[in-house]
Design a protein around this ligand. Structure first.
Ligand code: GDP
Length: 449
């Protein structure tokens, strides 16, 4: 994931502040140096990095931390707020009928993004359709058709047609039942006149609610120039941007920050080649995940999806409950059950406070299987525990560990590992909760936006 490196190194630096109640210049400099290094590596503009460093430095030293806040949490909160500011706002996309035109250079990921966005809208209960008008790139029709099939969404295209505007018109009519119509357009290697003409003609024919520019993250900070060029070239301008291929480049941070410098806002992030490798851009969730605070919003969304897919809809459990009250083994179990349904374990782990980034990276390559096996044995163990033990795992002493191990056909070592894992997650949540009610409330509000 983007800026992974920043998250990891920063967590290390911030951890060295643990236990300190006051922060001095040296501490702040260390944090700022770490941030600068990572952001510059991620191709964020030097001027932006300087502004951000200055803001973090002066706020950390000048602002009085709320009572009871440790030095670490004080700085973490400031870094969080400044990074949210750096990546900018998310493009508004009300969940209602709309027509969207995708524009961008060839290879930026438009066709893939059209299917991904359609899939995303379908998970929100809207009926989407993809309309493929790219008559320029050979193979675009087949690719779009296949991806729409994988996304299980309506599709229109004309493999023999050579007039993109006519295809767009026919497509809108043919998919009139769809609530969200996504029109994919042809790209070129550069923003040439005929690309602009074609986009404008389609724009007139379709009259979209939103024009979304698709940008490859690998262009880094050049994203702002490209976004501005397209914005000027297209009559009604660009409303939003989707940044693709964040999984394959270290320059994503530069692209994100650069888009914030333009009038356009980011709508989606592409994180892989599959139709489900997409996420709605949520600045606060994105940054909290980056900083290892877990992204409760994304997690909640995935859990919801997993519950629907398994037909298990547990109204008693809400991931946001994690932020309140005690974190019991039952909560942990719910998380694990949901995770089993949620695919890429490492991505899910990244969203859970305390399991973010670092831990997964430290595992050997084949550790993922072991981890999934371990999750299964954890579940068996929890089946052998009493209600009381699940609610109060701290009360489980050595004797009970033996009994649970025998009852579940596992060994005491694995039972202890389960308890340790729970303790670690519990501690991390406590720490997050301990950031002070005001801060936390505000963060949760932002997550919920
Ligand atoms: P278009 O020419 O703009 O329609 O671009 P395509 O949708 O054909 O994408 C170009 C290439 O980038 C294809 O090989 C896609 O599989 C790949 N691609 C698109 N989005 C992503 C992404 O988010 N991650 C990765 N790894 N590859 C992507």
């Amino acid at each position: 994931m983007v800026l992974d490196d920043l998250g990891e190194s920063l967590r290390g630096t911030l951890d060295s502040l643990r236990g300190k109640s006051r922060i001095d210049e040296e501490d702040v400099d260390e944090v700022v140096t770490e941030i600068q290094r990572s952001l510059l590596q991620a191709d964020v503009d030097v001027g932006l990095v300087q502004d951000l460093s200055e803001a973090i430095r002066s706020r950390s030293l000048d602002e009085e931390p709320p009572a009871g806040t440790s030095a670490r949490d004080h700085v973490l909160r400031i870094v969080y707020e400044e990074l949210v500011d750096l990546v900018g706002d998310s493009m508004e996309l009300p969940l209602e009928e709309r027509t969207i035109v995708l524009a961008g250079l060839q290879g930026s990921g438009k066709t893939t993004t059209a299917a991904k966005m359609a899939w995303w809208f379908s998970t929100k209960g809207l009926r989407p359709a993809v309309i493929q008008t790219d008559t320029f790139r050979p193979g675009a029709y087949d690719q779009a058709e296949q991806m729409a099939e994988r996304a299980e969404v309506d599709f229109y295209g004309d493999p023999d047609g050579d007039d993109p505007v006519q295809i767009a018109r026919d497509g809108l009519e043919a998919t009139a039942d769809a609530e969200v119509q996504i029109v994919d357009t042809a790209g070129r290697h550069a923003l040439e006149d005929d690309l602009i003409e074609e986009l404008e003609a389609i724009d007139r024919a379709v009259d979209p609610d939103d024009t979304i520019l698709v940008l490859d993250a690998a262009i880094g900070q050049a994203a702002s120039d490209q976004a501005e060029e397209f914005d000027r070239a297209v009559a009604d301008g660009v409303d939003g941007v989707t940044i693709t291929k964040l999984d394959g480049t270290a320059k994503g941070g530069g692209a994100l920050a650069a888009v914030d410098q333009t009038d356009a806002e980011i709508a989606f992030l592409g994180t892989g080649e599959g139709v489900k490798d997409v996420e709605r851009f949520e600045p606060s969730g994105f940054v909290s995940r980056l900083l290892g605070m877990g992204d409760l919003e994304q997690l909640a969304e995935r859990v919801e999806r997993a519950m629907v897919e398994t037909g298990e809809d547990d109204e008693e459990w809400d991931p946001e409950d994690l932020m309140e009250g005690e974190f019991t083994l039952k909560d942990m179990r719910k998380q694990m059950e949901a995770m089993n349904q949620m695919g890429p374990l490492d991505q899910v782990m990244d969203m859970i406070p305390g399991l973010g980034g670092g831990i997964m990276d430290q595992l050997p390559d084949d550790a993922m299987d072991v981890t999934e096996d371990r999750m299964r044995s954890f579940e068996v163990i929890m089946d052998s525990m009493t209600e009381d033990e699940l609610e109060h795992p701290q009360s489980v002493g050595a004797e009970r560990v033996e009994r649970i191990a025998r009852g579940s056909g596992t060994d005491p070592e694995t039972v202890r590992e389960l308890l340790q894992q729970h303790q670690m997650m519990d501690r991390t949540l406590d720490q997050f909760q301990g950031m002070g009610d005001g801060d936390l409330g505000r963060m949760m509000d932002q997550l919920g936006e």
